[in-house]
Design a binder for this molecule. Structure first.
Ligand SMILES: Cc1ncc(COP(=O)(O)O)c(C=O)c1O
Length: 445
């Protein structure tokens, strides 16, 4: 062996191969131009939280469901589906490029309903995607390549931080329309309609189908109808992002109201679905992308192009998560169980909202705190300013996003009721902070 090495190094020296220079050249000239990127806003919070050694730290930043003990939750229906899959001794062959038909049909039915005209006449093009983010990316990339309208995406203000990032990454121009009114803590219907009327014809509007992230503010049914009318009039294409079906009201059908209304009103659309939250399959990365194409022939052409795109990015989708989803949605008994599991999670969120509101109002504050319980879904948009959020993090080790968004499932009964758990006083500190910010006092605790 030493003999071989000696020969090799003699050869390299003879040919002037200098390892040190190879390494430094690679570092400086190939990648030296790469600037340090900022940490991801939300995942960066979790990283900072992990680094914090204070035992009383609390992370209210991440949008993942937690149970009463603050632990990740595995849905009973998911456990059962996993058992069924395990016992069936399935193989690990490639899935079709677009995903298994049983999966795609079931998820489209979940979104559009059993009576959907598009599903009946097969004018939809539905493919499995890498969770909701992958569906958004694939859908928007498809837009940049094939869309016959105006390649411009309009995003609500505010919106999930990854929406503009995806657009930037694929050079798709994006603009903002009014959505949240900080004065009322509610939906700005007039502002949204005015802005839609000014959108160029044939542009694309992104709509959160339910449980808007980060505000927790959704349009009411009659407001959805008005939005549908102006969007139709303006000939704008709706792109629904449905990452929380079931999480807003506890009913997957109620939460699909907007998507189904828009279909009934004759809109073509794009839909991104995710099973991260409503099945707790965060790490499985399972979702779907659907185009309602108008007719079967167009749907077939669209499918051929989506498949080409998928083939060049990840070739075929992953099978484990989609098997779980498909097993649940295609088994009537498991489906019933899952509906109960979703309702249980949504109910816990609603209870935590009530408790948070009571926790604040119960401390003698005369102001209205209805927005905490009016908002729905995972997040509570507190109205805290970035400097206040920073102070909460620095002084109290409470982690939340800079815009004051709290992930409500991370609040536990112990923290609200103020029992002797170490975390209790810390979430109470959030309550106090909100309270005193509202009453314009500068001191708290
Ligand atoms: C509004 C919105 N869309 C899409 C997603 C995508 O999530 P995932 O890629 O985990 O399915 C999220 C997740 O937080 C979200 O909040």
């Amino acid at each position: 062996m030493p003999h071989v090495l000696a020969k090799l190094s003699a050869h390299l020296l003879r040919n002037n191969v200098d390892f040190f220079n190879i390494a430094s050249r690679a570092n400086s000239s190939y990648w030296g131009c790469v600037p340090m990127g900022p940490p991801d806003v939300i995942l960066g919070i979790s990283e900072a939280y992990k680094r914090d050694t204070d035992p009383k730290k609390v992370n209210l930043g991440v949008g993942a469901y937690r149970d009463d003990a603050g632990k990740p939750h595995i849905l009973p229906s998911v456990r059962k589906a996993e058992e069924i899959i395990f016992n069936a001794c399935m193989n690990h062959e490639y899935a079709p490029i677009s995903g298994e038909a049983a999966y795609c049909n079931a998820v489209a039915k979940l979104a559009f309903g059993a009576d959907s005209p598009a599903l009946k006449n097969k004018s939809n093009c539905t493919v499995q995607s890498l969770s909701g983010t992958g569906a958004l990316r694939l859908g928007l990339e498809f837009v940049t390549k094939h869309f016959g309208g105006k390649k411009e995406l309009w995003l609500p203000t505010p919106t999930w931080g990854n929406h503009p990032q995806i657009c930037n990454m694929i050079s798709l121009p994006h603009k903002k329309y009014r959505y949240y009114d900080p004065k009322t803590h509610g939906f700005d219907l007039n502002g949204a309609c005015e802005d839609i009327c000014k959108m160029p014809q044939g542009a694309i509007i992104l709509l959160h189908a339910c449980a808007h992230n980060p505000t927790g503010v959704d349009p009411k049914p009659d407001e959805w109808k008005q939005l549908s009318d102006v969007i139709k009039e303006r000939k704008v294409l709706p792109f629904f992002d449905m990452a929380y079906q079931g999480f807003a009201t506890g009913s997957v059908d109620n939460d699909a109201f907007a998507v189904r209304l828009f279909e009934k009103e004759g809109h073509l659309m794009i839909l991104a679905q995710s099973f991260a939250k409503n099945m707790g399959l965060y790490g499985e990365r399972v979702g779907a992308l659907t185009f309602l194409c108008g007719d079967q022939e167009t749907a077939a052409k669209m499918m051929s192009q989506v498949k080409i795109m998928v083939r060049t990015i990840y070739s075929n989708p992953a099978i484990n998560g989609s098997r779980i989803v498909s097993t649940i949605l295609n088994n009537p008994e498991l489906y019933k169980q899952w509906l109960c599991d979703v309702k249980e999670m949504a109910d816990r969120i609603i209870t935590m909202r009530k408790k948070l509101r009571e926790g604040i109002e119960g401390r003698g504050n005369k102001q209205k705190w209805n927005h905490i319980t009016d908002q729905i879904g995972m997040f509570c948009y507190t109205g805290l300013k970035p400097d206040q959020v920073e102070r909460l993090t620095k002084e109290f080790h409470i982690y939340l996003t800079k815009d004051g968004r709290i992930s409500t499932p991370h609040i536990t009964p112990f923290s609200i009721l103020g029992t002797e758990t170490p975390k209790s006083m810390y979430v109470t500190a959030v309550q106090y902070h909100i309270l005193l910010q509202r009453t314009k006092r500068t001191q708290y605790l």
